[in-house]
Write a protein that binds this ligand. Structure first.
Ligand code: KIV
Length: 296
């Protein structure tokens, strides 16, 4: 089977590219929606254009982000600490993530849906990783999966790609290794940059269609991006990557508490929902709701 990062120019001619014509150029209003495929992301890297990625864990956000033109939706293991109430991403399981993934994949018409393989579902062997990947494509209806880790996982990526599972690699700060890494720490500073460049090269060489990097200095991220042909995605990795990703509850201000430096908040949904729920509670208690217009 051909590796998923092969560049197929006939395939890229199949549908109009889903992007604008250059960095920051909006897509023409009359551009027909196309399904975002891996080869579109690869074309974006070659063209020097950019794409956006957000997490999504259920139907309505998947529909909304898809309608907004977000090219890639990630059913992240960050569901662990953004949906299931855990403190870290470690406890979430394949069986917990699969229904979320299926809901996102059923609701997005255009976006590429990528699912995280959670901690414990791929580390033991390539066979274990292939089995988990198959479940996400077959039961979760994902289009691709993401795994965390460096060049040690190159044979795992190769086995998955050969089994027909497109793989996005996640390097730099890898939240599943939070305890091994000694907490949330920037990776790839100074002399450590070469380690991440080697990781990215090995994973791309093994067939990963994209390399995502988290909390990496912008200069290191630019060197990694230049070292691989495949597209890159950054979160706290500067602006040299082909794409950017954020956890949607951070991007839209639903989560409370301190935000990481790399987060930009585009809305304040926490306040909006708090105000709406408070007004509803007040109306119920005071007898303002339901009114005659809400009654049969
Ligand atoms: O699970 C997740 O949300 C992620 C992003 C932080 C990239 O892996």
């Amino acid at each position: 089977m051909a590796s998923s990062n092969s560049s197929d120019s006939s395939a890229s001619a199949e549908v109009p590219a889903p992007y604008g014509n250059g960095p920051g150029t909006p897509a023409p209003a009359d551009r027909k929606p196309a399904k975002v495929r891996i080869h579109h992301l690869q074309q974006a890297k070659r063209d020097g254009t950019r794409f956006a990625m957000l997490t999504a864990y259920e139907q309505y956000t998947a529909e909304i982000f898809d309608a907004a033109g977000i090219e890639v939706l990630l059913v992240g293991d960050s569901a662990s600490n953004n949906v299931f109430g855990n403190e870290t991403s470690l406890p979430v399981t394949v069986d917990e993530l699969l229904p979320l993934c299926r809901a996102v994949a059923r609701s997005a018409k255009r976006a590429l849906v990528v699912a995280d393989l959670p901690f414990g579902s791929y580390e033991v062997s390539a066979e274990q990783a292939v089995s988990a990947g198959v479940r996400f494509l077959k039961e979760g209806l994902a289009h691709a999966v993401k795994i965390e880790g460096g060049q040690y996982y190159a044979p795992t990526v190769r086995a998955m790609v050969q089994a027909g599972i497109p793989v996005m690699a996640h390097i730099g700060f890898t939240p599943q290794s939070e305890h091994a890494l000694g907490g949330y720490r920037v990776q790839g500073r100074g002399d450590d940059a070469q380690r991440l460049i080697d990781d990215a090269r090995a994973l791309a060489e093994a067939g990963a269609f994209c390399v995502l990097m988290e909390m990496v200095p912008a200069e290191t991220a630019a060197a990694i991006d230049a070292a691989v042909e495949v597209p890159t995605v950054g979160i706290g990795a500067g602006k040299a990557t082909t794409g950017q990703v954020l956890v949607w509850q951070d991007m839209a201000g639903l989560r409370g508490g301190r935000m990481a430096k790399f987060v930009k908040q585009y809305a304040d949904l926490r306040t909006t929902l708090l105000d709406a729920a408070t007004a509803y509670g007040d109306d119920v208690r005071s007898g303002q709701f339901p009114g005659p217009e809400h009654s049969f």
